[in-house]
Design a protein around this ligand. Sequence first.
Ligand code: ADP
Ligand code: MG
Length: 251
Amino acid sequence: MTLLSVENLTVKLGGHTALANVSMSISKGEIVTIVGPNGSGKSTLLCAIVGAIKPTKGKVTKAPALRIGYVPQRLHIDATLPMTVARFMRLPYRGRALNITATLAMVGLHHLEDQQMTTLSGGQFQRVMLARAILHKPDLLILDEATQGLDQLGSATFYRLIETLRTKLGCAILMVSHELHVVMSASDRVICLNGHICCHGTPEVVASTPEYRALFGTGTQGALALYRHDHNHSHDHDTCDHTHHKGEDHV
Ligand code: ADP
Ligand code: MG
């Protein structure tokens, strides 16, 4: 079942064409990752999908009553504004929602409701953002570079959490990430964007296309295998000894 489709989307921002003729779709339960260099229109595409930017041409079609949870790339909270985690979670509070304490527990944050937003660590802040995005049980969770600013361990933990949430909530995930080696193998499909769609397909197919290699080089294959190896076993961070595994072993 298609949750959302984008057809021939063109977005011009201040005379600059940020996106040209982009078409894509996402189905129930899928993990789709968008990769691309800085300024390639990734955030613009997500903004158009959530309705925050009006397309110049083309259209975005959503399944009836589709619920979207969105974690934007940047959110600045005024350091002088007193705002507890619980209050932030309740804004804006529409319709039926999961219990706030239970949702915070789902992302591994316990007893944090009364803490000030401005005192959270980077990882805690991103988890609160994620908790807020899943509060209304979305069919589609959209994440824009959600692990920006987290260290490698923090990012790996965050992506694992996202996979757990997908299983628990049964939602599809559309995300933008720069951490190619991690997201590539955790994705069902990858879309490589550079103002237009350069290539798309399974992680293995995309990583081997000339377009992808021109943008990101060939370094991802080994890391892809490395992560996959780790992913298929119960070791969480024990990836260092498996560099001899090639992508072909696991495809
Ligand atoms: P990405 O998320 O891939 O880094 P963006 O979607 O944020 O890229 O931006 C795509 C392009 O559009 C960039 O060249 C950026 O400078 C430009 N852009 C983004 N927002 C605006 C705006 N409000 N006005 C004019 N240009 C913009
Ligand atoms: Mg962006």
